[in-house]
Design a protein around this ligand. Structure first.
Ligand SMILES: [Zn+2]
Length: 263
């Protein structure tokens, strides 16, 4: 209790600190959605970035050197997910590991009921509920920040997983305030997940990345990418899904999206 109060006070102080000019220049240069936010959202975002950067550790991997550009570009995108809500700043996450480009991992993949395939696959990012860390490839992070409307954003994707973990399960359900909200969420997600699976199996083109058909946790993460990157298309084609995400995030990205309306 006391610790929580002290933490709140420390975070308030961090948010109120003047934002370093060099960091602001980097954000303006690399994070395309930033100037499109309202003035009050920009202020709120900069405050969150101060807390985020004070609390999270960054580590370069594969010879990669962490710079302020790396730190603020990641923080700005991650903190977009925190606006307008009470937040504990991704409490399960301590360290962000950054590789220069894609990185390779050994993976066992189930391809049939009793058949597992083993091999090396390349990844752009990953995180896990008990990892305490999140891995990103800088090349993909930079691309995501520079093109805010191609529907892909590895930072939003991986940090969406962190939000999913806040209620202690990787089940595609983030922390929602009321039982009614949870029920409404589950109902919509179940239907939308089932239709993405069907589309994937039958080869129908989809707005949502079919990687989301893997499981409900990935479905949530790719939905978050679409919500922020393709809000007009998502609202038109999946209005219920859009409404659930808008209610959870307390944001309406059509207001600041760079998405072209005719897409
Ligand atoms: Zn994922």
């Amino acid at each position: 209790m006391i610790l929580a109060l002290l933490r709140q006070r420390r975070r308030r102080r961090l948010r109120a600190r003047p934002f370093p000019k060099e960091w602001l220049t980097l954000i303006q240069r690399h994070v395309v959605f930033f100037p499109k936010l309202s003035a009050s959202d920009r202020t709120e975002l900069l405050g969150h970035i101060q807390v985020f950067l004070a609390e999270k550790r960054f580590e370069g991997c594969g010879g990669f050197a962490i710079t302020d550009e790396v730190r603020v570009t990641i923080a700005a995108q991650a903190c977009l997910l925190l606006l307008h809500r009470r937040t504990d700043y991704f409490p399960g996450l301590l360290t962000i590991l950054v590789y220069p480009l894609t990185y390779m991992v050994e993976e066992k993949r189930q391809v049939g009921e009793h058949v597992w395939e083993e091999g090396t696959v390349s990844r752009l990012g990953e995180t896990g509920r008990r990892m305490g860390s999140l891995v990103l490839a800088w090349g993909a992070v930079k691309h995501g920040a520079a093109d805010p409307s191609d529907g892909k954003n590895v930072v939003l994707h991986e940090f969406a997983h962190q939000l999913d973990f806040e209620n202690h399960a990787a089940d595609g359900v983030p922390g929602l305030a009321t039982r009614e909200e949870q029920l409404a969420w589950s109902e919509v997600m179940r239907t939308e997940f089932a239709s993405l699976r069907t589309a994937y199996e039958t080869g129908i083109p989809t707005l949502l990345d079919t990687y989301g058909a893997s499981n409900p946790a990935e479905f949530f993460a790719v939905s978050v990418e679409a919500f922020f990157e393709r809000p007009f298309a998502l609202r038109a084609r999946h209005p219920k899904l859009y409404a659930e995400l808008r209610n959870y995030f307390q944001q309406d990205p059509v207001g600041f999206s760079a998405e072209r309306r005719d897409q």
